[in-house]
Design a protein around this ligand. Structure first.
Ligand SMILES: [Zn+2]
Length: 272
């Protein structure tokens, strides 16, 4: 089974929550001719119209002449993963990194066998990436151990690996202490791509440094998409577009689209 990341250099994975946010990100990626991944958190996935999202991403990306893959981000629940596979998501993340390593391995292997049977790729995580992502709360997380990484890679058959290396979800308070050695160690142990979680808020220099490491292929951006959405609304407010009198939803949508565009452009510009 071919890994869709095989032919890609680094690729950004943006979290989206509906067809509008998916469209905004695809529009920008198409403008600069970059392939992207669109991810759905498991709670967003549950509430979205899945078939319509799949159809939209497929047809719109063809029109826009770029490749866009749909990925289910951090998911603990087998039934949700099976649903994502059923609706045509290209890859899924099983994240039971809060469990003991042997249990993480066991569940990951079960999911992987099922997903591979349906030609869907699997991402899994070793160590807890800090911060709050959906119902996945890893605030007490630490950096993964080398032994755990090696064992996990030896005993699973996943397609992409995420490792806790000092990165975090949400907003970074202060400069994160990233353990680059652990990233280097991981990619030295395997041929599968390395996934950076918590890419939002990492300075461009840090992202560039990570992207230079062999096989660091997927960088997740979630918080920055939400913050861009917020920025768009705030800007519309400051510009007096939220007054009841003459209020036009489509104008506010334009502000949001522009704010998302600016953020996505700044990330994709790093790929040159
Ligand atoms: Zn994550």
């Amino acid at each position: 089974m071919e890994n869709y990341l095989s032919n890609e250099k680094t690729i950004f994975a943006f979290n989206i929550w509906d067809i509008n946010s998916a469209k905004a990100v695809i529009d920008v990626a198409a403008d600069v001719n970059k392939n992207i991944i669109l991810q759905t958190s498991s709670s967003i996935f549950q509430s979205m119209p899945k078939r319509q999202m799949r159809d939209f991403v497929s047809s719109y990306s063809v029109d826009k002449k770029i490749k866009v893959w749909l990925h289910l981000d951090h998911c603990k629940k087998e039934e949700l993963i099976k649903e994502a596979i059923k609706f045509g998501w290209d890859s899924v993340m099983i994240d039971v990194s809060d469990k003991e390593l042997s249990e993480n391995i066991r569940i990951t292997n079960e999911i992987t066998a099922y997903a591979h049977d349906q030609k869907v790729l699997v991402e899994a995580e070793v160590g807890r990436v800090k911060g709050v992502e959906d119902d996945v709360d890893g605030r007490d997380g630490a950096v993964a151990s080398m032994q755990d990484i090696t064992r996990f890679l030896e005993e699973t058959n996943i397609d992409m690996i995420a490792v806790a290396f000092g990165n975090a979800h949400g907003i970074y308070h202060g400069t994160p202490k990233l353990c680059y050695d652990l990233v280097e160690y991981t990619v030295g142990q395997t041929d599968i791509p390395f996934v950076v979680h918590g890419g939002s808020g990492l300075r461009d220099e840090i992202l560039k440094k990570l992207m230079k490491i062999h096989n660091v292929k997927k960088i997740n951006i979630s918080t920055d998409v939400k913050l861009a959405y917020r920025k768009g609304i705030m800007q519309a407010y400051y510009d007096g577009k939220m007054e009841e009198d003459g209020f036009q939803a489509v104008i506010v949508e334009q502000y949001i689209h522009n704010a998302i565009k600016e953020m996505v452009e700044s990330k994709l510009a790093l790929l040159k």
